[in-house]
Design a protein around this ligand. Sequence first.
Ligand code: RIB
Length: 325
Amino acid sequence: MPTIKDVAKMAGVSVATVSRVINNSGYVNEVTKKRVEQAISQLNYRPNNVARSLFHGRSQMIALLVPDIMNPFFPELARAVEDFAKLNDYTFVLCNTDDNPEKEMHYIYALEQKSVDGIIVVSSTVTEKSLQGIHVPIVALDRIVSAKLPSITVKNRDGARQAVRYLKQLGCKRIAHICGPDNVSNTKERLGGYIDEVKNEEWFLSSYVVSGDYQYDKAMDATKNLLKSHPEVDGIFVANDLMGVGVLKAAQELGLKVPEDIQIIGFDGISLGEKITPSITTMKQPIYEMGTRAAQLLIQQINEPNQQVQHEEYEVTLVKRESTK
Ligand code: RIB
């Protein structure tokens, strides 16, 4: 494996000159620079990134932690972060945490040890306290971690209210809600928006709210039980699209037609929702825009550490498809 010394010897220059050429730092005349580049090419020399990060204190690497790599929402988010990282010459690392606090902190410590330059977290369990002692810029995406950490989220409660109001406009008389996991901040926000819209309805029952934990299987089972207990339900607001697919499956297995017998509206706007039949009406999050903005905020933090903390909240958009009339 050729080293920086081999390059210097072949080019007839010092190691420091080779380092300046590699890192594009400091003056090197064009003739010397050409000789060094030729030596690098002939020897097929590849700079040792660990040494370089030690030299600069930077790895040119950023990481994204997501809670569930099997939920299509997160790969769509990761795509945006990766694209922006690449555009800015950063290597991108994706970590799946299963919403497990131990696993999250293990990744955060390991990434800091590897001199990662910054971390974007989608987390329901990381706290300001658990991050004490971590000296790497962090941005919270999709879920707020603390007032001191920059964050990119959406107007969950407002989006939920829009969804339920739309079902009412379409004539639904008994509207249920399949919610996400208790420990996720936007579960509470979306549930809050649903309650805002139904709490004064004489038909509302607390048993109209069941959890699907943001997962397909749990949502399918929960919906079957809900509709067996409450066959009067004719509209369902689902807290994410992945559960929405499970709700569709449950309705179809119970012999219900969508949207004729029951109307369904989801949340997220993942591409899967438009590919299935019937396609799912949803409150679409600007997923790609959010991931891009989180990466942009993080790299700004890396380059200028004393940035003012920003909390940006995006609108969600109603996308009408086949699961509603
Ligand atoms: O579908 C996954 C859910 O978890 C999305 O609604 C997203 O907001 C994340 O919080």
